[in-house]
Design a protein around this ligand. Sequence first.
Ligand code: PMV
Length: 313
Amino acid sequence: MTGIFATAPGKIILFGEHAVVYGYPAIAVPVNQVRAKVLILPIPANKPDEVYIEAPDIHLNSHLNQLAFKDPLRIVIEEVQNILRLSYLPPMRIRITSTIPVAAGLGSGAAVSVALARALANYLGHPLPDETICQIAFRAEHSYHGTPSGIDNTVITYNQPLFFQKGKPYELLGVEKPFFIVIGNTGIASPTGEVVAEVRKNREQNPEKYNALFEKIGQIVLYARKMIEHGNVVDLGSMLTENHCLLKEMGVSCKELDVLVETAIHAGAYGAKLSGGGKGGNMIALASSERLPQITQALRDAGATMVITTEIR
Ligand code: PMV
């Protein structure tokens, strides 16, 4: 048997992070410039269940059984094995690499889960439908995040802009007029699970404030959806900035994110906000194609460790 390769994109949340955990809608899009990749190779000389995993980016080189039961990689592999009702796995070496920065709001964990589930199912000769891949990645997300909404694994599995609400079927978004998003990384790693847990605690202490913030964000998401579907990028940009202000009030921004947001707007973006869990990770800005070079340079000058432009269509 020859090697099998699968890959999955990163993602950004355009609108609605955090509120989405509490059942409000959100909008997310894939980012294909960064990707997780999984290569599976046979090792014929070894015995069944000799499964080795190497992920040089995180200095991992381990036998499957040496991973913790709650390790997301182990969860994905065992889920695929259970779904395919296999009593053992053939010997193999799984190599995972990724260009998606970790803990930056770009969906690195979900992308690895999706690529791994796809590669393994294909390697075992039983490709699984997207719906099943998405569910497997969602189980692994619990280990990364604690209480994930499911938006990351969904947008990454289907690799299309979508409108997402927990517990409801996702809806694909019709983008009337393609637009550009500049992503600027603060370089600060911020595990989503920790920020989500903090928001949960703060909401318990101050339910009125937090529910009102979630409600307002939910309204922005509905309006933003219309702007995407009608091709109104100027108003869409204003919505980004409004969403950022609400996330700031929620306490999930930080100085570095605010600086990048202000820098992007000052350099001519239609609007900007943090994206993902916050307290670090990424800022996103909506811009016309003419403004992209100025915004990119300004973000670099303001300390962004990585700047990527992606076209949403
Ligand atoms: O940090 P990210 O991009 O994985 O964003 C998670 C988005 C949250 O709404 C904060 C959490 C979730 O599970 O939806």
